[in-house]
Design a protein around this ligand. Structure first.
Ligand SMILES: Cc1cc2nc3c(=O)[nH]c(=O)nc-3n(C[C@H](O)[C@H](O)[C@H](O)COP(=O)(O)OP(=O)(O)OC[C@H]3O[C@@H](n4cnc5c(N)ncnc54)[C@H](O)[C@@H]3O)c2cc1C
Length: 351
């Protein structure tokens, strides 16, 4: 079998990159080990144009958000599936100062696009602790990532472009025109392995600083909203009064297992928001491919140009991956440069 690109990993990164390469008429083969608790599978899939701590725009948001909206719309159209939901994120203020800070920011021209200037005083009143009021982030939303991955996998299968297999470098060999893996020949192999890139013998020099995250799924009877709530944790509505709540950030324990400590941390935060009872439906964890300088990891190996990497989406995969998949596909076709801030060449000691 001959393809242009062999892609290892079908998380959100591998999915959007494969989608873009196919759109450009390239032949791809995607292989994935089909693990159950990958970062993409447990992620809430939220995108927020605002960084709450300082109430500033998320990095590159004016550029990346329109591309994300466009790519998810075109995937939905192609797959006949709905997985992208535009919805407000309601920020519940923790203090009067925080509330005043928000409205001073919302009055700024460059942020008015993303911050509602209206107070939501009565939002779910009686059911949540909301003494300082709330306001909405605009142009935010979420992707049901599991659904996106399933739809993409079906699409790839129809195109004979998917195999459930675990990649090991023992099966890889290099030749003048590219690489061979088993009986597959490709111009390049692109690794989209998420946090498992740290085990990749060709790229283990890259400074990933991984972060484990845990989320709870809870049922809150008689609690209905289409918006995401945020106060230290997010509550993402999944329908039928079920909400995904998270997430934790853990740098030391990088095992894939859920922990009692993670659960207790989330329960404490939930209790700071809810006045009503709830029950736990599920508890999941995943490891985010986060990077020392908090920027994606994209580019070609400094010595073997047949090897590429598309990774490091950190906490912002939903926002960033489509824009950089387009940029990387253009780069691979020799039609664009990579943004120096995302190019793995920034970590190449020989530079
Ligand atoms: C709890 C939690 C909540 C999150 N919430 C959000 C959020 O709301 N919004 C957001 O934008 N981001 C969020 N993230 C971050 C986001 O999930 C990640 O940035 C993103 O999923 C990374 O995608 P990826 O495709 O690079 O990696 P992964 O999702 O890890 O996918 C890698 C794929 O490669 C496969 N693979 C790896 N090695 C091999 C191999 N050798 N052979 C075959 N297959 C292989 C794996 O099985 C997997 O399917 C969250 C993460 C966590 C953990």
């Amino acid at each position: 079998m001959n393809v242009n690109y062999l892609i290892v990993g079908q998380g959100i990164a591998g999915s959007v990159l494969a989608f873009e390469l196919l759109e450009q008429g390239k032949k791809v083969l995607v292989i994935d080990g089909n693990a159950s608790n990958t970062s993409s599978k447990v992620a809430a899939g939220l995108y927020n144009p605002i960084v709450f701590k300082r109430i500033v725009k998320s990095w590159m948001v004016d550029d990346v958000l329109p591309v994300a909206n466009e790519m998810y719309a075109s995937m939905e159209q192609k797959f006949w599936q709905k997985f992208h939901h535009k919805r407000a994120i309601i920020k519940l203020f923790a203090s009067q100062d925080e509330r005043e800070f928000w409205f001073s920011k919302a009055a700024q021209k460059e942020l008015s696009h993303y911050l509602s200037p209206q107070v939501e005083e009565d939002f779910l009143s009686g059911k949540i602790k909301n003494e300082f009021g709330a306001a909405a982030v605009l142009q935010s939303g979420n992707c049901d990532v599991r659904k996106l991955l399933q739809s993409m996998q079906q699409f790839l299968q129809q195109e004979s472009s998917y195999r459930e297999e675990h990649f090991t470098s023992n099966d890889l060999s290099f030749h003048a025109e590219g690489i061979s893996w088993k009986e597959v020949r490709a111009e390049k192999i692109i690794f989209c392995e998420g946090y498992q890139a740290t085990q990749n013998p060709y790229f283990n020099w890259l400074p990933f600083v991984l972060t484990k995250g845990e989320v709870l799924t809870i049922h809150i009877p008689d609690f209905d909203t289409e918006s995401v709530l945020n106060k230290g944790v997010f509550f993402l509505p999944l329908g039928n009064q079920v909400y995904k709540v998270g997430a934790t950030y853990e740098w030391k324990d990088l095992t894939e297992q859920i922990t009692e400590q993670g659960k207790q941390q989330l329960l404490q935060k939930i209790q700071q928001v809810l006045k009503v009872p709830f029950s736990i439906v599920a508890h999941e964890s995943g490891i985010r491919p986060t990077v020392k300088d908090r920027r994606p990891m994209i580019g070609l190996h400094p010595e073997h140009a047949q090897l590429g990497m598309f990774n490091g989406m950190g906490t912002k995969a939903i926002l960033l991956a489509p824009y950089y998949a387009k940029q990387f596909a253009q780069f691979l076709a020799g039609k664009a440069e990579l943004h120096p801030e995302v190019d793995i060449a920034r970590f190449n000691l020989k530079n």
